[in-house]
Design a protein around this ligand. Structure first.
Ligand code: GDG
Length: 484
């Protein structure tokens, strides 16, 4: 008879993610300062709140030789931080090489060619081993460990060998490719094996979970079977254990954005933004990390065509595009920046005038309050990724529109499209389709805007980040864990 391991009474999981929720910044005098890290995962998990017992294992964001810098003492109810050091060489192989040079493009439909290099894989394996050891040291007996994202896909398998008493969950924030893309990766089998070390593997959408199932069928141990409960998508047995596969669309804390956006100061700033962009009839907004997956050029091309065709006129339309610096040391990112900035210049050169550009472009990281005032000011939020795990920006926009104004133009290839049916959904590879949707969005009546916005807000109110974390953790801890 297989022994049943009772779940630990430690309700809070050990979180294992590439980045800690804070970044160490050198001050020049040999000391470090800590600031909140950017990015979707941090936005999502930081607003969960914590009981003070959560431990977060991750990298502090700057390469170091030897030990990682000592982390700050935890806030009263913040997580205990366990920094994992990453050297300059590992930054090149594990982070820029395998994670962001191979896996990131491959998992986003190879919109740029993935770089396959065995030295990168060695670095990835070594760093995953270090994370697994740190998690093994941090987890209490019978504790729960929640591993996040594409940087750490080997950790579940490694941790299972080190600490078979733990419950291990894995959540992938980005899409998972189907077998035809995955077979390009020489280490596909090792990645599938690593993931199957988990008790529960979570994806953003059913499509991503189905991609994983197709990879298991063709490149792994065989197709998964039916789920153990209606809340899951697949189930399989692995080394005498049950492995569950489920769909858990990530979300935001809508109350946070609702609150920020409805402050008098934010609303005053929103009015100021409309003044400073020339009091346009239609203010469009894009907010993205400057990443080639986000389709920034696609929406700029759609806007250019509308101006060229005279369907939108300079002075009547303006756009703000916030492009947050990211992975700027990598060639493809530098190239994307050049292309985006050329497209902005072309539009402004052809359709702007002195003191009145059509596109207001910010290569910058803004504070949340400024983001909220942009969300509040914009008539249309344009999110046109070629591929995106979820896309939190569009959810933040909806949460900021307590006035029920505004419209959302959203790529069909963002995970969020599966939830936000009242958005104007587009094919980001077709500029004519984006252009059509922009026209529909700016022409819709206030009643139609309010109807769509209210429906999307109702969905978010029910499906917030707390519900997401709760659903994942209950699926992970509800099922009995059987050991072989
Ligand atoms: C990955 C997946 C998935 C952006 N600019 C600024 C800023 N941001 C914040 C946004 C938002 C977050 O960064 C971006 O989240 P996204 O979800 O849109 O995209 P990724 O960074 O690619 O996130 C994605 C996510 O993980 C979660 O699972 O949805 O598909 O790719 O929160 O607000 N924040 C501030 N200033 C900026 O200038 N403060």
């Amino acid at each position: 008879m297989e022994p049943i391991v009772e779940p630990s009474d430690t309700a809070e999981p050990v979180i294992v993610a590439n980045r800690l929720p804070v970044t160490a910044v050198g001050t020049g005098d040999g000391t470090v300062r800590w600031k909140r890290s950017p990015g979707g995962l941090v936005s999502a998990l930081s607003s969960r709140g914590g009981s003070g017992r959560t431990t977060w294992v991750g990298w502090a964001g700057t390469p170091s030789q030897g030990a990682a810098p000592a982390p700050p003492a935890p806030d009263r109810d913040g997580p205990t931080l366990v920094p994992v050091p990453i050297s300059a060489d590992e930054y090149a192989t594990y982070y820029e090489g395998l994670s962001n040079g191979a896996l990131w493009p491959l998992y986003h439909d190879a919109v740029v060619p993935p770089v396959v290099d065995a030295a990168h894989w060695d670095g990835y394996t070594r760093v995953n081993e270090r994370f697994a050891r740190a998690a093994a040291d941090a987890a209490p007996p019978g504790g729960t460990v929640w591993v996040h994202d594409y940087h750490l896909q080997l950790v579940p398998g490694m941790l299972r060998r080190l600490r078979p008493d733990t419950r291990i969950g894995f959540f992938l924030h980005i899409p998972f490719p189907g077998k035809d893309l995955m077979r390009r990766l020489p280490w596909a089998g090792a990645i599938l094996d690593g993931l199957l070390g988990a008790d529960l593997i979570g994806f953003q959408t059913a499509e991503h979970a189905d991609g994983f199932a197709s990879c298991l069928a063709e490149l792994g141990t065989g197709p998964p079977g039916p789920p153990r409960s209606a809340a899951l998508r697949y189930g399989l047995r692995r080394d005498g254990r049950d492995v569950d596969v489920g769909v858990f669309p990530i979300s935001i804390d809508p109350a946070e954005y609702d609150g920020l956006a409805s402050r008098p100061r934010t609303r005053a700033r929103a009015r100021e933004i409309r003044e400073r962009t020339g009091r346009p009839h239609h203010l469009l907004l894009g907010v993205d990390r400057l990443d080639y997956t986000k389709g920034i050029e696609a929406r700029l091309e759609a806007l250019r065509r509308l101006l060229e065709q005279g369907r939108l006129r300079p002075g009547e339309v303006a756009m703000v595009q916030v492009a947050t610096p990211t992975r700027s040391g990598m060639r493809e990112y530098a190239r994307t920046r050049r292309r985006v900035e050329e497209a902005v210049s072309r539009i402004n050169g052809e359709y702007g005038s002195v003191g009145a550009p059509v596109v207001h472009y910010l290569y910058d990281t803004l504070d949340r309050e400024r983001l909220a005032s942009l969300y509040r000011a914009a008539d249309v939020l344009v999110a046109t990724p070629y591929r995106d795990g979820m896309n939190l920006v569009c959810k933040e926009y909806v949460a900021s529109r307590g006035d029920l104004g505004g419209a959302l133009v959203l790529s069909r290839f963002a995970g969020a499209a599966a939830e936000l049916a009242e958005a104007h959904l587009v094919n980001p590879f077709d500029p004519a389709d984006i252009a059509q949707a922009l026209v529909r969005a700016v022409e819709q009546s206030p009643e139609e805007s309010a109807r769509r916005m209210a429906a999307m807000r109702a969905h978010l109110a029910e499906n917030d980040v707390h519900a997401w974390a709760h659903l994942f953790l209950s699926a992970l801890t509800a099922a009995p864990v059987t050991t072989p």
